[in-house]
Ligand binder design. Structure first.
Ligand SMILES: Nc1ncnc2c1ncn2[C@@H]1O[C@H](COP(=O)(O)OP(=O)(O)OP(=O)(O)O)[C@@H](O)[C@H]1O
Length: 264
């Protein structure tokens, strides 16, 4: 049997309390455990305040757990690292740098020579369909294009894992579906482990190989599903057919009922 703790993501009995002076501690996460192999697509769904972003920030190394352990590729997470690329809902792109310079910034900071980092940045821009926009200023790009720049930037250090906090939350419905299939293609081509947060049940069911439903107060995992609608899309290239199939609709309604029940 593969020990996923050595290849993918392993979160074991993790809890997180926020301590605010003069107030009782907030238990954001209690006894959360999850295991995923390298190349899985994990999607986390749950009502507001159930600890999704806290969980992502712990895996990214931005926060430390109160108890429990996280391993990525077998290594304990103790701080942020180049093995984990992060994509935010609204990417913190540098408006005074052009697209190429934004994408290569992480490599520049780690001392990669100019020609090498330009080549990597251009390759990643091509992967997200922005090869012709390398010299464009950020403010000329649409929201969807800015998210593509964020994706290309997160890929530049060739991380083991991509962490995405509602990456498509600010996009209109059509751009959102375009980006869903772009991310599925990137995932299939790059063989990376993805951990994504969304508020959209349909998006979660469409993209996840492992769907995690969380519940608030305190944040914990209430249900996990193994799914393959994203893989079906990659074989058939027809997102609408996948999303309108009976199996998909049944699963979407089932997950929706579970999420609704967590808020009662
Ligand atoms: N820095 C902080 N200090 C104190 N409490 C916090 C802090 N960050 C988050 N919390 C609390 O921890 C709980 C989990 O928050 P978190 O942002 O992780 O949830 P979420 O599921 O990502 O929510 P949303 O879907 O609204 O983004 C909430 O009750 C929140 O108020």
């Amino acid at each position: 049997m593969i020990d996923v703790g050595m290849t993918g993501l392993s979160v074991r009995h993790m809890s997180l309390e926020y301590r605010v002076a003069g107030r009782p501690p907030i238990i954001a996460l209690r006894d959360v455990s999850l295991e995923a192999e390298a190349q899985e697509f994990i999607v986390v769904l749950g009502a507001s305040g159930c600890g999704k972003t806290s969980l992502l920030n712990l895996i990214a190394g931005f926060l430390h757990p109160t108890s429990g352990e996280i391993r990525v590729g077998g290594k304990p997470v103790t701080s942020p690292g180049a093995d984990r690329g992060v994509v935010f809902q609204r990417n913190a792109l540098m408006p005074w740098l052009n697209v190429l310079h934004n994408v290569e910034l992480g490599l520049k900071l780690t001392g990669v020579p100019r020609d090498a980092r330009r080549e990597i940045a251009r390759r990643n821009l091509a992967l997200v369909g922005l090869a012709d926009f390398a010299c464009s200023p950020i403010y000329e790009l649409s929201g969807g294009m800015q998210q593509r720049v964020g994706l290309a930037r997160a890929l530049t250090c060739d991380p083991v894992m991509m962490l995405m906090d509602e990456p498509l939350g600010a996009l209109d419905e059509f751009t959102r579906e375009e980006m869903q299939v772009l991310i599925l293609d990137l995932w299939a081509r790059s063989h990376k482990l993805i951990f994504m947060i969304t508020h959209s049940v349909e998006e979660a069911v469409f993209m996840a190989t492992q769907l995690i439903v969380m519940s608030p107060r305190p944040g914990r995992i209430v249900q996990q599903f193994r799914l393959d609608f994203g893989r079906t899309y990659l074989e058939t290239r027809d997102a609408r057919a996948v999303k309108s199939s009976t199996e998909f609709i049944e699963m979407r309604e089932n997950v929706l009922d579970i999420v609704r029940a967590t808020t009662r």
